[in-house]
Design a protein around this ligand. Structure first.
Ligand SMILES: [Zn+2]
Length: 167
C-alpha cells in the first residue's frame, strides 16, 4: 500500500538564514553560490536552480554597517585622538584598517544574511488575495490578480472607478 504513493515533490530542508547567508550559499539548498562577485548577487542557484529575483536587500546591509560598524569606528578614532593625541600617521595606520575592517568586511555576510532571511521568511510586497472594497460597501471592488498596469491600463483607473461608484 505504501508503494502506491506517487512521486513526492522535493522537500527542501529549512536552513537557517544566518548560516547560509554568512557562508554566501543558496538559501534553499545551502550548496549553490549566492554571489557572482564581491557584492553582486548571482542570477540564481547553480545547484538547485532557485532564481534570486526575489532578493531585494536594498540599503539593509549599508544601514547595519553604518550603525554597527562605521559609528563605532569613528568613535574609536575620536578616542584615539582624545586619549593619546595620536599623530596623523598613527591615525592613518591604525584607524584606516579599523575603518576598512568594520565597514567593508561585514557587507557581504550581511547582504547574504538579509537575502537568505527574505527567502526564509517569504518577505515581499503585500498583495491582495481576495476581493477588496477599499472605498466602502458601495465602492468598486478591487479583484486580486496581476497588476492592473500589466493589463495595459495606465490611467487612474482606481480613482475614476471610485468616483463613478460613489455617484
Ligand atoms: Zn540552491
Amino acid at each position: 500500500m505504501a508503494d502506491a504513493v506517487p512521486e513526492a515533490p522535493i522537500v527542501w530542508p529549512k536552513l537557517e538564514p544566518i548560516r547560509t547567508g554568512i557562508a554566501g550559499r543558496c538559501p534553499r539548498c545551502g550548496e549553490g553560490r549566492l554571489f557572482a562577485g564581491l557584492l553582486t548577487l548571482a542570477k540564481g542557484c547553480d545547484q538547485c536552480g532557485l532564481s534570486y529575483d526575489f532578493a531585494d536587500p536594498a540599503d539593509g546591509p549599508a544601514f547595519f554597517v553604518i550603525c554597527f560598524g562605521c559609528v563605532p569606528a569613528v568613535v574609536f578614532a575620536l578616542m584615539l585622538e582624545i586619549w593619546w593625541s595620536a599623530s596623523w600617521l598613527t591615525q592613518l595606520l591604525v584607524t584606516g584598517p579599523v575603518l576598512l575592517a568594520t565597514c567593508l568586511a561585514p557587507l557581504r555576510p550581511l547582504k547574504g544574511w538579509l537575502v537568505c532571511s527574505q527567502y526564509f521568511f517569504k518577505a515581499g510586497e503585500g498583495r491582495i488575495n481576495r476581493p477588496w472594497k477599499p472605498y466602502g460597501a458601495n465602492g468598486p471592488t478591487v479583484m486580486p490578480g496581476p497588476s492592473r498596469r500589466a493589463e495595459g491600463d495606465h490611467g487612474d483607473h482606481g480613482g475614476a472607478a471610485a468616483r463613478r461608484g460613489t455617484r
